[in-house]
Design a protein around this ligand. Structure first.
Ligand code: PGA
Ligand code: ZN
Length: 424
């Protein structure tokens, strides 16, 4: 059973405060979890509680959330069996009492929820992926490596937030990671030769100014080939447009021009015809359900259409999307919804409905590697956790290396099977 819960304010990868929670069980097991934080956050995400006291961290302190853990959430779950995750999470939700976790903060609640799961796993003497996923969890996800950062994650002129490389043709996760890292370094060399800045964005990808968004895709194609790989066969491409960030008053400001949803959709159709693109995330704004449905009907048989800001890992918003056929994939971020139980419920609903589910980091991360274990536990086949560089990103990839090693002969790398729609 849960004995005591403690919390502290630590720093995330952007140097902003975040919550870390520590759980002590009655059997002496101690576990901790740290909470990530987004920049291009969806309007419908669970509430991230920040102090707003401008004298500390520009208002971004989380002392209130830390106090909520110690004074409210801890007492609400102390004495409960840590293995009863659904009971624990229900108690956390009840202690908050609001619809979007705005009373005590989703950051406070998530820290407790994840730390309890880790403690329960340790107490059962199981690795986290096996504790959550059971004895059949054995599939290593394809890493969606974000090697060019734009949008709200960079200071550059590039509108699209993430340009990703996916080593779908590798034999193992270890090999996939190597291909990605090699391509990342070749890309850097190419950019240097072309006089482009190799400074980095928030997720460890390069953040150059470029003449167009297509120019970023062209750079990736060149880098993949120069690294000795075949685009599409060995390494495929994916985008997170994060289009809500440049959507205002009914239109998208893209490459300096005002575009309609229909303009954007035909742009994506052209991209899918020109590049080995397997996945496009948040192509349209977070409220444009109809536009999403039209785009999915048009190109959803060829490419994964991922709802991030659209679904915000929320089973209710996902249910609406399923009804409207708004997408065919969901991005899964634990802090968008705020408990492990609700996260797993969103994944289960997605997978039962023929949607893929992609475990994802946030642009503000920590050394916590829970999502690596979750990606294997839910057999999602895909993980989005940044460039193959910078420790807060690489921590997740390194954890997947450990899991693959631990699984030994039982390990299977998802590879192309994670993208049933991709024909390129
Ligand atoms: P965020 O970006 O963590 O800044 O929201 C990640 C994403 O949009 O997928
Ligand atoms: Zn996104």
């Amino acid at each position: 059973a849960i004995d005591t819960i403690d919390a502290r304010e630590i720093l995330d990868s952007r140097g902003n405060p975040t919550v870390e929670v520590e759980v002590l069980l009655e059997d002496g097991v101690v576990a901790r979890a740290a909470v990530p934080s987004g920049a291009s956050t969806g309007a419908f995400e669970a509430y991230e509680l920040r102090d707003g006291d401008k004298k500390r961290y520009g208002g971004k302190g989380v002392e209130k959330a830390v106090a909520a853990v110690i004074d409210e959430l801890g007492p609400a779950v102390e004495g409960i069996d840590a293995a009863d995750q659904r009971i624990v999470d229900a108690a956390l939700i009840a202690a908050d009492g609001s619809k979007n976790k705005s009373e005590l903060g989703a950051n406070a609640i998530l820290g407790v929820s994840l730390a309890v799961a880790k403690a329960a796993a340790a107490s059962a003497e199981l690795p986290l992926f096996r504790y959550i996923g059971g004895p059949n969890a054995h599939v290593l996800p394809v890493p969606m490596m974000n090697v060019i950062n734009g949008g709200s994650h960079a200071e550059s002129n590039v509108d699209i937030q993430e340009f990703m490389i996916l080593p779908v043709g590798a034999e193992s996760f270890r090999e996939a990671l190597r291909w990605g890292a090699e391509t990342y370094h070749v890309l850097k060399g190419l950019m240097t030769k072309q006089g482009l800045s190799t400074g980095l964005g928030d997720e460890g990808g390069f953040a150059p100014n470029l003449p167009s968004n297509r120019a970023a895709l062209d750079l990736l194609m060149e880098a993949i080939q120069a690294a000795g790989f075949t685009p599409g066969k060995d390494i495929a491409l994916a985008l997170d447009v994060a289009s809500t960030e440049f959507f205002e008053g009914g239109s998208y400001t893209f490459e300096g021009q005002k575009k309609s949803g229909a303009d954007m959709s035909s742009y994506y159709e052209d991209l899918v015809a020109s590049y080995p693109l397997v996945s496009i995330e948040d192509p349209l704004a977070e409220d444009d359900w109809e536009g999403w449905a039209t785009l999915t009907a048009d190109i959803g048989d060829k490419v994964q259409i991922v709802g991030d800001d659209l679904f915000v890992t929320n089973p209710e918003r996902l249910a609406k999307g399923l009804q409207l056929k708004a997408a065919n994939s969901i991005l899964v971020k634990v802090n968008q919804i705020g408990t492990l139980t609700e996260t797993l419920d969103a994944v289960a609903l997605a997978q039962r409905s023929g949607y893929t589910a992609i475990l994802s980091h946030r642009s503000g991360e920590t050394e916590d590697t829970t999502i690596a274990d979750l990606a294997v536990a839910v057999d999602g086949g895909q993980i989005k956790t940044g460039a193959p560089a910078r420790s807060e990103r690489v921590a997740k990839y390194n954890q997947l290396l450990r899991i693959e090693e631990e699984l030994g002969e039982a390990a299977v790398y998802a590879g192309r099977s994670a993208f049933p729609r991709f024909q390129g």
